[in-house]
Write a protein that binds this ligand. Structure first.
Ligand code: ADP
Length: 317
């Protein structure tokens, strides 16, 4: 029916080489790495196959160019990425603490990433899109929310489908119109891909069974629940439940696992694969990504995932 489309931020990530407290003293950094949750999602989607496109904005600088070049060479449609002459590409500086939590310094709100708008190219893309993937980060940037809201209407009218990765902190739901907007996204979604407690946030109720029942009652036809090192679970509208164990890997950098999982899952399902096979590819994409430093560096082709699946043992569920 047309490409899978995501709308949102493209960033570079620059990482501290050492663990510790923030960025209060000069430290060694590595990067820039292509990043931004929607960019990671669409890169993984494109690498699996099927058509995939992103609506985004970058600056006229090297940070923008490395992203465009990576997405282009991995097969994504970059026609709706606009290049701002006035603002730099968004960036995120990340440092891990010893307990695994992270400190961030972001430059997103006043970067090119915030300039996403309904350009002629974006309109042309939406007019031929078959699927829209919406991410919780849509709430962070006003232009992204407005376009997402518009795009849902366009896609639905064309008979296309919508997936939602509700990667949204619960605290944010208290802000302004966010709760009402978030409910609209859930109602529009055919597929929801929550991670951990996001399931309860999306459903508005606690408890796994109650949350799944509530989402299915709202018209969601499929849920792919991400469980980190415990793998993932599919819930279908007919009551089907499928548990798929995680691959046993050594985690180097957890950033991007959920986005790679989503990109692989959506691409596989859109290629017509059965749910369990899609879960297995998605688990492989998530697991492979955590073994590599850099948020998008582990995104993999179907052939690379087949090789990974063939040699990697699984955890018990
Ligand atoms: P998110 O990044 O959205 O919080 P998860 O951490 O659950 O999502 O990761 C998404 C998927 O990636 C998991 O369902 C799992 O298949 C895989 N994954 C993530 N972390 C690991 C890990 N440490 N070991 C094996 N697989 C992992």
């Amino acid at each position: 029916l047309g490409p899978t489309v995501v709308i949102g931020e493209i960033l570079v990530e620059i990482m501290a080489k050492s663990r510790g407290d923030g960025f209060l003293e000069p430290i060694e950094l590595i990067g820039p790495y292509p990043s931004g949750a929607p960019a990671i999602f669409i890169d993984q989607c494109a690498k699996i196959g099927g058509s995939a496109a992103i609506v985004a904005s970058v600056g006229d600088d090297d940070f923008g160019r490395i992203n465009i070049e990576r997405l282009r060479s991995d097969g994504a449609d970059i026609s709706a990425i606009s290049v701002s002459p006035d603002y730099p590409t968004g960036s995120a500086f990340v440092r891990y603490r010893d307990d695994g939590s992270r400190d961030f310094v972001y430059n997103i709100g006043k970067s090119a990433a915030a300039l996403v708008s309904l350009t002629v190219e974006a309109q042309a893309l939406l007019a031929r899109a078959g699927h829209l993937h919406v991410m919780g980060t849509a709430f962070a940037i006003p232009g992204v929310w407005e376009m997402t809201d518009h795009a849902i209407g366009v896609i639905k009218q064309r008979g296309g489908s919508v997936s939602l990765d509700p990667n949204l902190r619960k605290e944010l739901l208290g802000h302004g119109q966010t709760r009402e907007r978030f409910a609209r996204l859930v109602d529009a979604a055919d597929l929801v891909l929550p991670s951990g407690d996001e399931l309860f946030v999306a459903a508005g109720v606690e408890g796994e069974t109650a949350a799944i029942t509530a989402l299915l009652a709202r018209g969601v036809t499929e849920i792919a629940l991400k469980r980190g090192e415990h793998g993932s679970t599919f819930f279908g509208a007919d009551g089907t439940r499928l548990d798929c164990p995680a691959f046993r890997v050594t985690e180097v950098d957890p950033t991007g696992a959920g986005d790679c999982f989503g990109g692989a899952y959506v691409a596989c399902r859109r290629l017509g694969m059965p749910a369990f096979q899609a879960l297995e590819y998605a688990n492989a994409a998530g697991a492979r990504n955590v073994t590599m430093q850099g948020p998008m560096e582990g995104a993999a082709s179907r052939k690379q995932l087949d090789e990974f699946i063939a040699v990697t043992p699984k955890n018990s569920t």
